[in-house]
Design a protein around this ligand. Structure first.
Ligand SMILES: C[S@@+](CC[C@H](N)C(=O)[O-])C[C@H]1O[C@@H](n2cnc3c(N)ncnc32)[C@H](O)[C@@H]1O
Length: 299
């Protein structure tokens, strides 16, 4: 039987059988807990619990046995406590790659895909380029570039050894581990051994850029679950751009580029930091809403 239900934005949904009842109940619970896309999240989690696609689930083509029902209820409990869907599933799609995530890494965001596109546009097909991703987290940026640029030599750093474990695991699953050198480092400062991290044609980074006093204003999914280390950009959110800039000239080849994700209000400040660090030109890339979210600096 086809059943009709409504999501928390009043949109009608038609589903069949037991899925309809489970989804309607879960949607109501998630909406009451303040989850924005309650219906969508419930569908994604039920499909995951049933190990099928959302399409199969929604046309009633999949059985929901007792085990799947229990898995789903446990996941809905976690989502009601505002744990992000990506941590519950254990992965997030980024630049068409499945990236494993855990609470020690930031969940890769769609806007960060613009950093990858900008980097790939800049370097084209030039073979043997050396590239560095500072604050690699799950490895999202470095791995998306590695997957699309088979000849690039990539160094990816992070101050979190737990994040580097996840990033290495992602690199191995995506079969690019031999092309990415993961290094424990505090910005430019290696923490794993005495070897310097190298010099590069392209440096990319999505550093922590949230102002410290704004972290508590973020959604619970972010402030309660994502690593502080990945968010905190100091009192004005610019701490890491300044740190990256300090020794930049030592690490970037002449004719090279730096591509940085920025907060929507940081374009002027970060451009000035790059110019003061010796950039000969700065360009901004905007997101779909027209807000500048990527700074490209030429050296
Ligand atoms: C905003 S997250 C970006 C993660 C990933 N690149 C992405 O775009 O999804 C920033 C990353 O910088 C790392 N980080 C924070 N402080 C650092 C430091 N001093 N040196 C190197 N990495 C740092 C954090 O551990 C975190 O993984």
């Amino acid at each position: 039987m086809l059943e009709k239900s409504f999501d928390n934005r009043g949109k009608e949904n038609y589903h069949r059988g037991p899925a309809a009842r489970l989804l309607a109940k879960a949607t109501t619970e998630l909406a009451a807990a303040g989850v924005e896309d309650a219906r969508l999240d419930a569908e994604i989690l039920l499909a995951h619990a049933c190990q099928c696609s959302r399409a199969e689930l929604l046309c009633g083509a999949h059985d929901i046995d007792e085990e799947a029902r229990e898995r789903f209820e446990a996941m809905i409990g976690r989502r009601r406590r505002r744990e992000p869907v990506a941590y519950i599933l254990g992965y997030k799609e980024f630049y068409s790659l499945e990236i494993r995530v855990a609470p020690s890494v930031l969940i890769p965001r769609p806007e960060t895909e613009s950093v990858v596109s900008a980097a790939l546009e800049l370097i084209g097909n030039r073979p043997g380029l050396r590239l560095c991703d500072i604050g690699t987290g799950s490895g999202a940026i470095a791995l998306a570039i590695a997957a699309n640029l088979p000849t690039a030599k990539i160094t990816a750093t992070d101050i979190s050894s737990e994040a580097l474990l996840i990033a290495r695991d992602n690199a191995a699953r995506l079969r690019v581990l031999s092309r990415v050198d993961f290094r424990l480092a505090d910005c430019w400062e290696p923490l794993d051994n005495v070897e310097p991290i190298g010099t590069f044609d392209l440096i990319v980074s999505n550093p922590p850029y949230v102002q410290d006093n704004e972290i508590e204003l973020l959604a619970p999914e972010i402030r309660c679950y994502e690593p502080r280390l990945a968010l905190s950009g100091g009192f004005d959110g610019l701490k890491f751009y300044r740190r990256i800039a300090t020794q930049l000239r030592q690490y970037i080849h002449k004719g090279g580029f730096v591509v940085l994700e920025i907060g929507a209000a940081q374009a002027t400040a970060v451009s000035e930091i790059m110019i003061a660090a010796g950039a000969v030109g700065v360009n901004l890339k905007s997101d779909l809403a027209g807000l500048p979210r990527v700074v490209v600096a030429a050296f």
